[in-house]
Design a protein around this ligand. Structure first.
Ligand SMILES: [Zn+2]
Length: 403
């Protein structure tokens, strides 16, 4: 009899534990924002943000004080970004750490330091019924967007990375296009035809997208300028003016999604890194402003759904070792802006002339590569308080998933 009672008690206890586990899980899911926006400014250190604000202040005839949307958010933190094998990360290792929550070696995508595939938060969210949108101003198979859906021992294995989209089931992709459109040797099936065979509607330009995405459930937006060809890699002189902006691509995604259901967007401002690699000050500032315009769109959405929305903004690493004030304590924005306007909102100066321009305007760049300092984190909305203070880039996944 005693044994019988003990068994009952143990069983009751086990049931209670199981129940509280389920309850706890349900509660956790409840705590997660229904609408999640993760913005990654590629190469955007704190000084890139400060440079954009300094330029805006100049436009207002002030020495400082102008603010971006991202810097107006109530929670501020910093994230360390070293990779598994280097003090200074590249985009693929840092993208992987942010997306999958584990350190990776430089040049690898979605695999841990042992080379084993690891899981992006996008897949966890997809399993929980979230619609998934991956957006970038650079190619869809580039390192940062790739880190949110692909596993590859090399970030340069572009065609293989693109083909992995087929198996994701993710709802919305947008970017400039695809690098290695027909593979490295130009002998593979064009990537748009390949992905269409797997149920993705691939459209070029906003007009075509609006027509073709109607009634579809999985879509890919590419810039009109990259129809049927490989999207370019590093260009420092600035974007093609006719291209859709990051904000326009986010709008397409928001229109496409059913906002009755939860969603997750990863939006990358990818060209901040490219212009910073080239040490092109004005194009970099413009890329930060374009990035912030997209954040402002998400912020508008947040204001209509403040209880259910989380916006997190960060970077994967700093690029260029940017310094505001290099020699003179006055930054000559007038001269920087004039060169840029005179060239039709571009900077195609030779590296030597560009170096002189930066020097004359008191802007310092110490490198054409990435640097290893901490990157900024800005957050607003449901659960945003978790992003205050110091963190490592492997903590984003857990903080966003709320596990
Ligand atoms: Zn990067």
């Amino acid at each position: 009899m005693k044994l019988y009672r003990l068994c009952i008690a143990v069983m009751a206890l086990m049931m209670a534990c199981a129940l509280s586990g389920t309850e706890a899980k349900a509660q956790q899911n409840d705590e997660k924002a229904k609408y999640i926006f993760l913005f990654i400014g590629d190469g955007m250190g704190s000084t890139h943000v400060a440079a954009a604000e300094s330029y805006l202040s100049y436009k207002e005839d002030k020495l400082g004080g102008a603010m971006l949307t991202m810097t107006s958010f109530p929670y501020y933190g910093t994230a360390t970004s070293h990779s598994a094998n280097r003090n200074v990360t590249d985009s693929s290792a840092s993208g992987t750490a942010i997306s999958c929550g584990e350190k990776a070696n430089n040049y690898t995508l979605g695999v841990n330091a042992e080379g084993e595939p690891i899981r992006s938060m996008s897949y966890d969210l997809k399993d929980e019924g979230y619609q998934i949108g991956i957006i970038s101003t650079v190619p869809i198979n580039h390192a940062t967007p790739g880190a949110f859906y692909a596993n590859s021992k090399s970030r340069d294995d572009y065609y293989n990375i693109s083909t992995q989209i087929a198996g994701t089931g993710f709802d919305f992709f947008a970017g400039s296009g695809f690098i290695d459109f027909k593979g490295k040797d130009q002998k593979e099936e064009p990537i748009d035809a390949y992905l269409e065979r797997y149920g993705y509607e691939v459209s070029y330009g906003i007009e075509e997208f609006k027509k073709e995405s109607e009634g579809k459930d999985k879509v890919i937006f590419c810039q009109e300028s990259n129809r049927s060809e490989s999207a370019g890699n590093y260009v420092s002189e600035g974007k093609i003016i006719e291209d859709a902006t990051l904000g326009q691509m986010l709008d397409l995604g928001l229109d496409f999604f059913d906002t009755e259901k939860p969603f997750f967007f990863m939006c990358e401002g990818g060209k901040i890194d490219w212009t910073a690699h080239g040490n092109r000050t004005m194009p970099m500032v413009m890329d930060v402003l374009e990035f912030d315009d997209a954040i402002a769109k998400a912020y508008e959405f947040y204001k209509n759904n403040p209880e259910k929305t989380l916006i997190v903004v960060t970077a994967d690493h700093e690029t260029g070792g940017l310094t505001l004030g290099c020699g003179d304590s006055t930054i000559n924005w007038e001269k920087l802006e004039k060169q840029w306007l005179d060239e039709g909102k571009k900077n195609t100066l030779s590296d030597e002339d560009n170096r002189k321009l930066n020097q004359e305007c008191s802007i310092g760049w110490t490198t054409g590569s990435h640097t290893g300092g901490p990157v900024p984190v800005f957050a607003v909305g449901k659960g945003a308080e978790k992003f205050a203070g110091r963190m490592d880039n492997t903590e984003f996944k857990v903080k966003i998933l709320g596990e």
